[in-house]
Design a protein around this ligand. Sequence first.
Ligand code: PBG
Length: 355
Amino acid sequence: MAQEKPVSQFKQSPNNSHSSSKLNSPASPSFPTTRMRRNRTDGWVRDMVAENHLSTSDLIWPVFVIEGTNKTEQIKTMPGVERVTIDILVKRAAEARDMGIPAIAIFPALDGSCKTEYGEESYNPDNLVNRAIRAIKQDVPDIGVVADVALDPYTSHGHDGLIKDDKILNDESIEVLCKQALMQARAGVDVIAPSDMMDGRILHIRNILDQEGHEDVKIMSYAAKYASSFYGPFRDAVNSGNFLKGDKKTYQMNPANTDEALREVKLDINEGADMVMIKPGLPYLDVIYRVKQEFRMPTFAYNVSGEYAMIRQAADAGCLDYNKAIIEMLTSFKRAGADGILTYTSLDAAKIILD
Ligand code: PBG
């Protein structure tokens, strides 16, 4: 490309056009003095001017646990994600910790025999989740353990709360959620993540934890959780989809709303949430942005199962490059203002970041 550059009208000093320009006035911020491509010429300069950086400490890894020993199961709708028994989960937690992933979030996949109308198994001190919490905290104490508080894995109707006459009961559900949270705290959980969307549950959970001396247990509230179709593969993964009667629109948010998300988040902060979460992630980046701008709280995004499935299956079909797509996707959450991301791509992304 030894071509001589055409000497053009661009060569004139930008200041010449301003008769009032002072000696020290900055260059006019326009072409040709300013060329945005100048900072994109090489990898090193692109890295140097990058505004957002993804690190392994941004990742929270959601995992699915099953009964038994030394067993893994594929999840059909989430290729590459497995349900695993506690012994294997402990090894994976150590692997995650070694890569600098700060926390894992445990979800139980239970068979129908544990599911009842009132979800009593949710507060069994020796249920699958509580045993998993104990096992991880014993063998890998330096990784944070997050546990969901909601009844959907435990109810025969697949809802996050109790039902009477086809109505999800708010205050009665809170009582059960509090018992569930307390048992998790006794098992040694670090972060309780209520995903049920009942009104007032953060306040009550905080109180019951504090009454028993669990004041260091943190609450990451699913503060703005939408009634989304992107949870489909998750319900398959935890075996609740087949059981779910109806939908969750009377407690999860309408995807059309954002002002309402700010009210939800504010209430949860006032009730004692230490961190807030927006869920799903990609279709709600605007909500993440607004929440972070408004409250400046530790703000997390849940890059949910349907978002994972879209990328994984598109990559498997040859439509895009999985590794590049997940890094771009995760960076978008940072750009929106998220302090961290719950993502099924955590291990894959960590490997790429550390490579
Ligand atoms: C249940 C819960 C859901 C998810 C996390 N906790 C599903 C739902 O509300 O139906 C979804 C996570 C995902 O899709 O990855 N309380």
